[in-house]
Design a protein around this ligand. Structure first.
Ligand code: COA
Length: 380
């Protein structure tokens, strides 16, 4: 056996093209496109449900298709009783991302089309998953507080129901619109780690629930979706804008990884940051918490000067979620409530034109050597 071949190798798959997609394009020069539409235009004019339809189907819905899509989501929100019972069995301190991952996994056998990977069945499962991921987050959270889940309000959008099902209050229209924009920003990001994990799982011809379970597990890490929870801990620690520069200099001197900064693809800034920053500024004025955006801006300027690294969307998402009164542990699940649309669109695309994703690794272990174990004939 020869071990001396040295194929091209890129640690962390940096810069490697691992597949083709028609769903999303991340422009390293600070752009983002969903199926040919600029994210900035979508964030301003579209609704999340419209974007989810676009990601799944490749084109914007007609009014009739849009109404039907919204009704299908509304009809699929309720969780099976057994899943609710399971959520009640989890320890009270279970992280909401672990609840979500476990919940998605348990939903699988309740889906009558689980093992039908045809395009039409996959789209139907995607709708059910988009609806139920949100409910797993809101019901799971209430259950962890010892409260009963609340019924959906079918007339509210995904964004509206997210607020309503947490505390039973219908939020003002401006808040729902703001959440809609945030959902649009988070809906897809081509081959990010969780989407890639979903595609790897789907490429074995495993089902969509298996793929989304993989994606949830991958999103949790602080180098990916978990960064928006960690960023809030940092901002809470800094507290005021005048402390931000020194905080950053001290952290960099200790060679710490600063959450909410850096990106594998963007080198001239994260396309979503300007929109999230403006949401943060607007929200700060509305709720009387105007310190967060100036803290982030001071951190951005210091990081740019010291390391030429840009902020990513999670830096600003953290205070935005806090000002919207979500507990920090829900930051990453809320990201998932939107990204599930992207994950499902990628699973549909993978199953429609599948090839197993199976790269090689570079062997760096010892050369072939004779076995000299304790017993030549195996353990006695
Ligand atoms: N804080 C401090 N230094 C950072 C940094 C950060 N957030 N992100 C990158 N760097 C530095 C690295 O230390 C490294 O420096 P070096 O070359 O002197 O060793 C250099 O920048 C390259 O970083 P690297 O970790 O190799 O880049 P990557 O492409 O592998 O990683 C991230 C990308 C996103 C994982 C990384 O930037 C990171 O860990 N960011 C913080 C977590 C985060 O916000 N994640 C959300 C992403 S949307």
């Amino acid at each position: 056996m020869s071990t001396d071949t040295k194929p091209a190798y890129s640690p962390g798959l940096a810069g490697v093209i691992a597949g083709e997609t028609e769903i999303c394009w991340v422009d390293p020069d600070a752009g983002l496109m969903y199926r040919g539409y600029d994210i900035h235009e979508m964030a301003e004019k579209a609704s999340f449900e419209e974007v989810a339809f676009l990601l799944l189907n490749g084109q914007l819905p007609t009014m009739a298709e849009f109404q039907r899509f919204k009704m299908e989501i509304a009809a699929a929100r309720t969780l099976p009783k057994q899943v609710l019972d399971m959520l009640r069995l989890l320890p009270k301190n279970t992280h909401p991302m672990d609840m979500l991952r476990t919940g998605v996994s348990m939903l699988a056998p309740f889906d009558p089309e689980l093992n039908d990977h045809s395009h039409a069945a996959n789209i139907r499962k995607a709708i059910r998953l988009i609806a139920k991921v949100s409910t797993l987050i809101t019901d799971g959270y209430r259950i962890s507080l010892g409260l009963d889940p609340l019924s959906e309000k079918p007339d509210l959008t995904m964004a509206g129901n997210l607020f309503y099902k947490l505390n039973g209050e219908v939020p003002p229209t401006w808040k729902i619109r703001m959440m809609d924009t945030i959902f649009i920003l988070y809906a897809d990001h081509e081959y990010n780690a969780s989407t890639f994990a979903a595609r790897v799982t789907a490429s074995t011809l495993a089902d969509m629930y298996a793929a989304v379970t993989s994606a949830c597990g991958t999103l949790k890490g602080p180098l990916h979706g978990g960064a928006n929870e960690e960023s809030m801990k940092m901002l809470d620690d800094i507290k005021t804008p005048d402390r931000a520069e020194k905080w950053m200099m001290d952290a960099l001197a200790q060679k710490a990884k600063i959450m909410g900064f850096g990106h594998r693809v963007y080198k001239k800034g994260d396309s979503r940051v300007p929109i999230m920053r403006e949401i943060g500024r607007d929200l700060g004025k509305r709720v009387g918490k105007e310190q967060w955006v100036p803290i982030c801006e001071k951190l951005e300027a210091t990081m740019e000067r010291e390391k030429k690294l840009c902020a990513n969307v999670d830096l600003y998402a953290a205070p935005v979620f806090t000002m919207l009164e979500f507990p920090p542990a829900l930051n990453t699940p809320i990201f998932a409530a939107s990204r599930v649309a992207g994950w499902c669109a990628h699973v549909v695309e993978q199953h429609d034109n599948n090839r197993l994703i199976r790269p090689r690794s570079l062997y760096t272990g010892p050369a072939m050597r004779p076995y000299k174990g304790i017993s030549p004939n195996g353990a006695k």
